[in-house]
Design a binder for this molecule. Structure first.
Ligand code: WTA
Length: 634
């Protein structure tokens, strides 16, 4: 029986045909049971996967907030994502269907993917990469990215994927902080018909970073690149190294402790230095696999398309690990949604018969602006479910996505989560009544609250801070080599509770409405950037004395960056200089960080203690009242 909801603002209830396993009632019962004992719920989920040795304790909170999961257990996420499928019905099923921006297609079965992964794992081992070593992956959206991630995990190395849209300084910082020994990159990548010179950017980053011993270069564009003898090798040439007959031509999967690190993923926070978020083999594997299963109810014949970049947490969890563990066939598309025309995505849905499309609101809004005729030209009837992630989906985009793409029949699974949570936290399941713009309720085993600054729950409908009150298996295990920052950032605002950095409200049906970030994190087209990082990129230009960056609402990107710059003596404001500063940020951090607008100012609003009051800048930019300015230095 469907749950009764208040009908305001607007409720959409899916047809019974969308759901298979969990009719609403049994889901409610499961949620209740899990709420009573989250650890028991996660334990029963964990039993569905392969462990070399069972765990002794499901969750250890003796050193909270440094929680541990499945303590004493041994597994490897690759044993679950690949090895296990080699002897079951998934062996010859496609794991990936990849389409290049140029229209080329490459498919790979679970068996073939395993071969590639074994081979590359062998290459990494032969380069001296051992358990615990870090490897940075800076690649375009090609199959070698999941292959390299899985190869690292297989031998117990820790991957650190740097999004291919980032540039020199962003890459350099991430290599330095992780002390990676090996960098895997490509000659270049294709985007919007243009070539991004990844190897060239990597070389410039390596001039600034010292730990990398070897660079492995995947050939994608075929352009000529500089290769340093003894340091740089082409991927395809290394992949011919014989695996040998030992182990049946396979490379052995390392048995890892549940709590051994699987990857680092750098994300922006409130300081200029990105944080290396740490995830582990055991808890992460259970968390991503289970949440994908509940939120999207995969069917064996499904074609799943998570359109996010694998270099983002969404790609880690739901292009690579979650779908593979669940034995699903994923579509990966290399390029831009509008290349060569704004129907590229709809062509892909039609061509491969995609059943589930999981994408970011910014992409939906970007396609919406071209009108519905582009989508209407294609047969999208294979779609059963749609998904949304990365920022709140505005009701207008929700309705367009639902009506034009989903034909009015597909539920929109709006999943709220974070790099830090590793897995979906708040999300509907397909049978649930939906309200456009709400991610609905926490998934089973997750407890969330919305609190006022004094730590008490806010009243219904009031805005407050979103916290998670019990540990969950895929939770971050810390900030790489910075335990204080972990405690300070996440566990000190409300002691004993995980603070998400988001504000939200809960309505009378218990549905959560995420409002946005309350810290200095900006979401531009779904990508997470810190104001402090953009500011430090600006200040690294010789003409800039001080800078402040703020988020301004933007119709397609959600938010855009506006920057205020105070020049050093001897430099004059000019449109050409503004242009140059924009290009400088793009070169240092990446094109996504380039401010939409740069204004030269004589002074920045600061508190008497010298902190920039971005709130005041923002109010001024929007022509709104400046609010409480009693701390403003006059
Ligand atoms: C925002 C992305 C509203 C939120 C997976 C969060 C969302 C931040 C949603 C994490 C959603 C993500 N509705 N807001 N469905 N999903 N967010 O680390 O502000 O890139 O804190 O992880 O994105 O961004 P991150």
């Amino acid at each position: 029986m469907a749950q009764r909801l208040s009908q305001t603002p607007e409720v959409w209830t899916p047809d019974e045909s969308v759901t298979t396993r969990w009719v609403q009632q049994s889901y409610e019962a499961l949620r209740e049971k899990a709420a009573a004992n989250p650890a028991a719920f996660w334990e029963s989920e964990a039993k569905e996967y392969l462990w070399f040795r069972p765990w002794e304790r499901t969750v250890d909170d003796s050193n909270a907030p440094f929680y541990q999961w499945f303590v004493g257990g041994k597994t490897n996420i690759v044993a679950n994502a690949l090895d296990r499928h080699l002897t079951n019905a998934h062996r010859n099923k496609l794991a990936y269907i990849w389409e290049g921006e140029d229209g080329s297609v490459r498919t790979m079965s679970f068996h073939a993917l395993d071969r590639e992964v074994c081979q590359f794992a062998h290459v990494l081992r032969s380069m001296g990469v051992r358990k615990g070593d870090r490897v940075t992956l800076y690649l375009p959206r090609v199959l070698e990215l999941p292959i390299a991630m899985l190869a690292c995990a297989k031998i117990g190395a820790v991957h650190s994927v740097v999004y291919g849209g980032f540039s020199v300084e962003a890459l350099n910082e991430r290599i330095q902080d992780s002390e990676s020994r090996v960098l895997v990159t490509a000659d270049g990548g294709f985007l919007r018909g243009k070539v991004i010179p990844l190897k060239e950017i990597a070389d410039r980053a390596l001039e600034r970073a010292g730990t990398v011993e070897h660079v492995i270069v995947v050939r994608r564009t075929g352009q000529k690149v500089a290769m340093e003898t003894g340091r740089d090798y082409f991927y395809d040439e290394l992949m011919t190294l014989p695996l040998g007959r030992a182990g049946g031509g396979r490379c052995e999967t390392e048995q890892m402790d549940s709590e051994d690190p699987l990857f680092l993923l750098y994300t922006s926070g409130t300081t200029g230095r990105p944080k290396g978020i740490v995830h582990t083999h055991g808890g992460y594997l259970v968390g991503v696999a289970a949440t994908l299963k509940y939120a999207f109810e995969p069917r064996p014949e499904d074609r799943w398309w998570c359109a996010a970049d694998p270099g983002w947490i969404t790609g880690h969890s739901y292009v690579v690990y979650g779908p593979l563990i669940n034995g699903m066939t994923s579509v990966i598309y290399e390029g831009a949604p509008t290349h060569p025309y704004p129907d590229r995505w709809w062509r892909i849905v039609e061509r491969y018969g995609v059943n589930v499309l999981y994408a970011a609101p910014t992409a939906i809004r970007g396609l919406m602006r071209f009108g519905e005729a582009w989508a209407n030209r294609h047969d999208l009837s294979s779609l059963r479910l749609l998904g949304s992630v990365g920022e709140p989906i505005n009701p207008e985009a929700w309705r367009w996505y639902h009506r034009v793409i989903g034909g009015g029949r597909c539920p929109i699974i709006d999943t709220w989560w974070q790099t830090e949570t590793g897995m979906f936290m708040v999300s509907p399941v397909p049978s649930m009544p939906l309200k456009p713009g709400s991610a609905t309720r926490p998934l089973p085993g997750i407890r969330a609250e919305v609190l006022a600054d004094d730590g008490t729950p806010v009243r219904l409908g009031e805005e407050g801070k979103l916290v998670i009150t019990t540990p969950w298996p895929a939770m971050l295990r810390g900030v790489w080599r910075d335990p204080d920052r972990y405690v300070q950032q996440y566990w000190s605002t409300f002691p004993g509770k995980y603070f998400t950095g988001d504000s939200a409200r809960i309505d009378e049906d218990g549905y959560l409405w995420i409002i946005g970030r309350v810290d200095d994190v900006i979401k531009v087209s779904g990508y997470r950037l810190g104001t402090a990082e953009i500011e430090s990129a600006l200040v690294s230009h010789p003409a800039v004395g001080e800078a402040a960056a703020i988020a301004m609402p933007h119709e397609i990107k959600g938010h855009a960056i506006w920057a205020y710059v105070l020049l050093r003596a001897g430099h004059q404001p000019s449109p050409a200089l503004a242009e140059e500063l924009g290009a400088h940020v793009a070169r240092e951090m990446g094109p996504i960080a380039k401010p939409e607008r740069i204004e030269f100012v004589e002074a920045l609003p600061k508190t008497r203690s010298g902190k920039i009051m971005r709130r005041v800048l923002k109010a001024r930019a929007q022509g709104l009242p400046e609010g409480d300015v009693s701390t403003l230095e006059q």
